[in-house]
Design a protein around this ligand. Sequence first.
Ligand code: HEC
Length: 131
Amino acid sequence: MRHLIGAATLAAALLAGPAVGSAQGAAGAKPDIGHGEGTFNDMCMSCHLKEGGGQGPTLVGVVGRASAAVPGVMYTKALQDAHLTWTPQKLDEFLTNPQVAVPGTAMPMSVPDAKDRADLIAYLASPANKP
Ligand code: HEC
C-alpha cells in the first residue's frame, strides 16, 4: 500500500510540474537545484574541488565563463582550442558526451539523463555556486 501511495504522489507531482515551470529546464520541468547539487557532490566534486587544485578546474562560477580559462590549470590542447563559452546550452552538450562535444578532452564524466543535466546546470548557475 505504501508503494501505491508513493506512486500516486509521484504521478501528482509529475502532472503538477509542467504547469508550474513550462518554460524552464531542458526536460520541460522546473529544475531542481537541490537535486543538481546532490549530483554535483556525487559525480563532480571529487575532481572539481570548489577551491581549485583538484584533477579538474574549479567549477565555481563556470556558467558564462570561457572554456579553459582557470589560471594555473593544465588543460588539454583540445579544450584550449575549443574556444567555448560555458552557457547552459554548451554545458548541456558537453555533459551529454564530452568526447563528442570536445574530441580529445580529458574530462571523463558524462551525465546521460537530460533532467539530471538540467538540474545540475541549474545548480551550477545558482547563487550557491558563485564565488
Ligand atoms: C575524474 C575526474 C573528473 C570528474 C569526476 C569530472 N570532471 Fe570535469 N573535468 C576534468 C578534467 C581533468 C577537466 C579538464 C579537461 C581538459 O583539459 O580537456 C574537466 C573539465 C570540465 C569542464 C570544463 C571547465 C573549463 O574550465 O573549461 C567542465 C564544465 C566540467 N569538467 C564539468 C564537470 C561536471 C559537471 C562533472 C560532474 C558531472 C565533472 N566535470 C566530473 C575531470 C573530471
